[in-house]
Design a protein around this ligand. Structure first.
Ligand code: ADP
Length: 447
């Protein structure tokens, strides 16, 4: 097992990793920018190192500063969390070159899945169903038009290096397509430094359903069921739940086994998520995330498996925590991502939290790094915290979520709490009857 882990992240996920380390008896090193000197992860860690000024590129993405922090503290492993360097294959290699463990998959798998075109090709080869589309990158000068006509409009132009919903454009007609190709390519070039784009059939009313997997890197892998992340705004998840209101045990076992088998064949190491769109009873792979995800507590709640702790154990050469037949889905869980944003315009609302009262009680979990008097800096994401609620049934979970949301107090900044209080009382949400465009349509109707 590792002796000391450096947590190369901030916010709630840094705290989440710190908690797993404490339970494993591993010493922790927090790193922080000058803007985060007062952050909770810094206060709770055994040691901390300032790694640069506020801008992420100078601090949380600053590889030489992170290496220096490992060197001076004697850390032997690095946990990257999500975002920042978590899906940077080169970072994983650089750590290895310095005899440091990267808590995550093999660099080759991060690289493979980071390129969505390669990821789709690999998924197809491994027997995972994919969204119909171009076989590789397309440009305006080759047969993009012919491919689009063949798959049928509307089509989606997506960036090979995409992430966070960026570099994606819908084209409803041939005329749209030329514009979509160049805007998506330009956006991808400036955001990711890679202009390659590809085409996918644009699905009209799918759900976003993802499978959590865990691999030991030696050909063993299990799946931990699904999360339904269909409530999105601008392709960003807002509410996640598990199990999905539309999957039964047989469908779950079938897609889960397909994913687990693919991971066994790849000899995948660590946690990962295989993302699908789901329409008319069919699954279509869109991408794989090779890291712990924001919504991982949903799965932890319904399987009683600590994903971050297992991620660390597996990175240190440990075995999978259970056999597939021992994994059970117990009850229902919902996560709300509560952001420091105006609940109507979604304009970020950083600033000082004057009053803070998190909800509690049976089945209620808050993953957050804020506290009363804390100032949310304007430089990073706007997550105040994740509220995760568990119940024996979906109905009990919704009831519990309603009361937890009503109990929660965050004052001094604007938050998206009012949005969740309204959602949890909406008929379609109560019935589990929604798809990836539902939330945007709902918000447009409120104007
Ligand atoms: P990113 O890596 O930028 O998050 P994804 O490929 O994971 O991109 O897609 C994000 C979201 O975009 C999906 O959850 C879904 O809402 C939407 N999306 C992606 N591909 C399609 C598609 N082919 N048809 C319709 N919507 C899509």
């Amino acid at each position: 097992m590792f002796d000391k882990i450096l947590i190369a992240n901030r916010g709630e996920i840094a705290l989440r990793i710190l908690r797993a380390c404490k339970e494993l008896g591993i010493a922790t090193v927090a790193v922080h920018s000058t803007a985060d000197a007062d952050a909770m992860h810094v206060r709770l860690s055994d040691e901390s190192v300032c790694i640069g000024p506020p801008a992420s590129k100078d601090s949380y993405l600053n590889v030489p500063a992170l290496l220096a922090a490992c060197e001076i503290t004697g850390a032997d492993a690095v946990h990257p969390g999500y975002g920042f360097l978590s899906e940077n294959a080169r970072f994983a290699e650089i750590l290895a070159e310095h005899n440091l463990h990267f808590i995550g998959p093999k660099a080759e798998h991060i690289r493979l899945m980071g390129d969505k075109i390669e990821a789709k090709k690999t998924a197809k080869k491994l027997g995972i169903p994919v969204v119909p589309g171009s076989d590789g990158a397309v440009g305006p000068d080759d047969d993009a038009m012919a491919i689009a006509k063949q798959i049928g409009f509307p089509v989606l132009v997506k960036a090979a290096a995409g992430g966070g919903g960026r570099g994606m454009k819908v084209a409803h007609s041939e005329a749209d397509l030329l514009v979509a190709l160049s805007t998506a390519a330009n956006e991808a070039k400036s955001a990711f430094g890679d202009a390659s784009v590809y085409l996918e059939k644009y699905l009209q009313k799918p759900r976003h359903i993802e499978i959590q997997i865990l691999g030991d890197g030696r050909g063993g892998a299990i799946h931990l069921g699904e999360r339904d992340c269909s409530l999105q705004r601008r392709h960003q998840k807002v509410w996640e739940e598990g199990p999905s209101p539309v999957l039964d045990a047989a469908a779950r076992a079938k897609i889960g086994e397909t994913c687990a088998k693919a991971m066994r064949d790849m000899k995948y190491l660590g946690v990962g998520t295989i993302e699908f769109l789901y329409e008319d009873g069919e699954f279509y792979f869109i991408e794989m995330n090779t890291r712990i995800q924001v919504e991982h507590p949903v799965t932890e709640s319904i399987t009683d498996i600590d994903l971050v702790l297992e991620q660390i154990r597996i990175a240190a050469g440990g075995d999978l925590p259970a056999r597939q037949q021992d994994i059970q889905v117990i009850g229902h869980a919902i996560e709300c991502r509560i952001n420091a944003e105006n609940p109507q315009t979604f304009r970020p609302s950083p600033g000082r939290i004057l009053q803070y009262h998190p909800p509690g009680g049976l089945g209620v979990r808050i993953d957050s790094a804020v506290y009363q008097g804390y100032t949310i800096p304007p430089y990073y994401d706007s997550l105040v915290g994740k509220l995760i609620v568990h119940g024996k049934t979906r109905a009990e979970c919704l009831m519990r979520l309603r009361r937890a949301l009503d109990e929660m107090v965050v004052e001094g900044i604007e938050t998206t709490l009012p949005l969740f209080r309204a959602l949890v009382r909406e008929g379609d949400i109560i019935n589990g009857d929604y798809h990836i465009h539902w939330l945007e349509q709902y918000l447009a109707g409120k104007d």
